[in-house]
Design a protein around this ligand. Sequence first.
Ligand code: ZN
Length: 404
Amino acid sequence: MSNVEDLTAWVADRRADIVADLTAYVFQETPSDDKALLDSGLAWVENWLSNRLGEPDARRQVDGGQFGDTLVLDYETDNESDSWVTALAHYDTVWPRGTLVEWQPRLEGDSFTGPGAFDMKGGLVQFVWALKASKALGLSRPNVRLVINGDEEIGSPASRAVIEEEVLRGDAVLVFEPSANGALKTSRKGVGIFQIDVQGLEAHAGLDPESGVSAIDEIARVILKLHQQTDLAKGTTVNVGLVQGGTRTNVTAGRATAEVDVRVSTQAEVHRINTILEELKPLHRDASLTVRGGWNRPVMSRSDLTAQLVTAAKAAATQLGQDLEETSAGGASDGNFAAALGLPVLDGLGAVGSGAHARNEWISVSEMLERTSLTAALLAVLNETPDQWSPGRRDVVPSSVGRN
Ligand SMILES: [Zn+2]
């Protein structure tokens, strides 16, 4: 355990290398919808990982079709352990090809800015350097399986099945998504994305108004009904963020659509919203209405096993003289999939900074070094306390998770 005390200094000595890795990684543009850039970005990541960590003990690459491939790399431990920790890190970002032309990665004092640095390239860099530190200082750790996916920002359509399969082979899940001002994320809302399509009947609005059935009139009622379902006390938000309809002012609208983002904190609210959506009906008998979409990510709730991971993380932080908080988050991540399968999940282990998906996205380099140490220390604590966070994990039968 004494080696844990050397962590902070060891990592601090590698500050320049860590910043250089982050800079090089941010220079790999990896928009979720650009397969060519995702392919070259993932190849870069794998090459970089080999340079930093050596060859993995096992490797699997899953073809993502039109989406980014998923790469699964096993790094077995040198010490005795049959526990497995799965680390999740997506390599895609929300930033389109060419963003770097106007926005280059830049370090000013302690603040590093660049597209995707906070969400979540910094997180993977931290994790990689934590593994490197762990090895260099002879710290113990469980076996680690790193799952790197390239479609998280669009809901993980291709990687979800891979992630679910891989996390079930392990005992606990660490997610290197950005922190919330340094706090871990131990619960996250579930997210549903729906589209309501209304079909009306076009007619001349002035000459023949009785023949028309306005889809806009119908969709307006739907929007009001949906927005009434927001219940902040229960953690539920419903937002129609996009509306389209009609063709011109003098024609009753034949079509209208509304796109809806729903976020909930409990399964009961999932059911309530489902019922509302199922019961949506047009007012006019000649209008028709359909609902498409579904629940993109299940609710991630804080289980007893997750609480054990928090305890381990706080113990690691204490060893390093760091403060560590936990919080719940409105945004979802791939951690939601793992939690819904009954696994303990610690999310938000990644960068400290702010501005995810925003042009001012930045991270703190000094905090990056702290998180790197924290991760290595956490792995050491987990290695010493496997019974607390993985009791009988492998006997757990996963509850089935709804897919859309
Ligand atoms: Zn992210």
